[in-house]
Design a protein around this ligand. Structure first.
Ligand code: GLN
Length: 385
């Protein structure tokens, strides 16, 4: 064939997560790259899904999601984040947060619209923005604090800004955006009449007593924010790919148009189990946070003891190490060596930048059993820091 395929998609490399997981398998490495827990997940929630496969419906559920899940989500977000959401007109179930993000970008961006993106950004964002015809405007965040200033925002926003795609807590940085920065971002959105598409999949995975503050709850943001959540992250079941989208009815109507032709629906049995899980008591979510926080501390201490320079992590499954003190200046090359020679897979953070990347930060997933972390630390000791 001589005709060109879609230029955005055909030019893309395979995602760094898939690439590193494949290398991890090839080299029998301990995989601290792609972010997924190695615990099987809550037995009661998995049992609900299994029971619903056998005894429940396996036909198309309603396009917006089963009512049971939309009601459970409304109750969950009222209880945990003080949000008032109408389950009929303001909540939609998608096949994972990535579908929700893609749908929001396709539904809201008109070709030529400017889209503000914060780097490091999750690798799906930029191709989806470009595929929708958006013109990216980057705000570059740098370690160790990864924060933005009013000047940074002023440079990225313009009268052509249609939307901001914002991830908080931030993968890969492991940071939680301080409330004063959220207020500043809200002001910029309002001043430029921009929509905020908020990828908040890590909202429950926060540590050190931090509480997640959704941008949609900030003054003036209720009508211009799309909040995106992930059952995979809430319940540490990343393969389930059940996402939830929350937005005011006028936004939701157009988001639903994108969803109807992307996936249309999401497996009903998983929705039943997620509805059940969202109603679990606070202690359930506290225990999840406590376990991951202990794993974070365990890996951070092990790495520090080995001489690595570990950056703070307040949320997500990830912590970062700074490899500059090791005399390293190319994270991608370092991660290749790490997986091939040492047998540990990690993610080079430069993969989260479109241009002029930060190249001295490496992301490690701590959402693992102690034995997995021990095996990784034992191998990393061979690096002789
Ligand atoms: N969210 C996961 C991570 O950051 C990756 C998911 C994927 O592989 N698409 O590691």
């Amino acid at each position: 064939m001589s005709k060109a395929f879609n230029p955005v998609l055909s030019g893309l490399p395979t995602t760094i997560f898939e690439t590193m997981s494949r290398l991890a398998r090839e080299h029998e490495a301990v995989n601290l790259g792609q972010g997924f827990p190695d615990d099987p997940g809550a037995p009661d929630i998995r049992a609900k899904a299994a029971e619903a496969v056998i005894s429940g419906s396996n036909q198309y559920p309603p396009m917006m999601g089963i009512p049971e899940l939309r009601q459970a989500a409304a109750a969950h977000y009222k209880r945990h984040q003080g949000l008032e959401l109408d389950p009929d007109s303001e909540i939609m179930v998608t096949s994972g947060a990535t579908e929700a993000i893609a749908g929001a970008l396709f539904a809201l961006i008109a070709p030529g619209d400017e889209v503000v993106l914060f780097e490091p950004m999750y690798d799906a964002y930029l191709p989806l923005v470009l595929r929708a015809g958006g013109v990216p405007k980057f705000v570059k965040l740098k370690p160790p604090h990864w924060r933005f200033s009013a000047d940074d925002l002023a440079q990225a926003f313009s009268p052509r800004t249609k939307l901001v795609l914002f991830n908080n807590p931030l993968n890969p940085a492991g940071t939680v955006c301080p409330p004063e920065d959220l207020t500043m971002l809200a002001h910029f959105c309002m001043a430029h009449d921009a929509i905020a598409v908020c990828d908040e999949v890590w909202e429950h995975v926060v540590f050190d007593g931090v509480r997640h503050q959704p941008l949609i709850a900030f003054p003036g943001m209720r009508e211009r924010t799309v909040k995106i959540s992930s059952a995979g992250k809430i319940f540490s079941l990343t393969g389930w790919k059940v996402g939830m989208v929350m937005a005011a009815p006028n936004l939701m109507r157009v988001l639903a148009k994108a969803h109807q032709f992307l996936t249309f629906t999401t497996p009903p049995n998983l929705q039943v189990a997620v509805a059940y899980g969202l109603g679990r008591e606070d202690a359930f979510f506290d225990a999840m946070r406590r376990d991951f926080q202990e794993a974070r501390d365990y890996l951070a201490k092990g790495l520090t003891d080995l001489g690595f320079s570990v950056l703070n992590s307040r949320g997500t499954y990830f912590l970062n190490i700074d490899i500059a003190p090791l005399g390293e200046s190319d994270d991608a090359e370092f991660c290749q060596r790490l997986v091939r020679d040492i047998g540990v897979a990690a993610i080079p953070v430069s993969a989260f930048y479109a241009e002029d990347p930060v190249k001295t930060i490496v992301r490690l997933c701590f959402a693992k059993k102690r034995a997995t972390l021990d095996a990784a630390l034992e191998r990393l000791a061979r690096l002789k820091v």
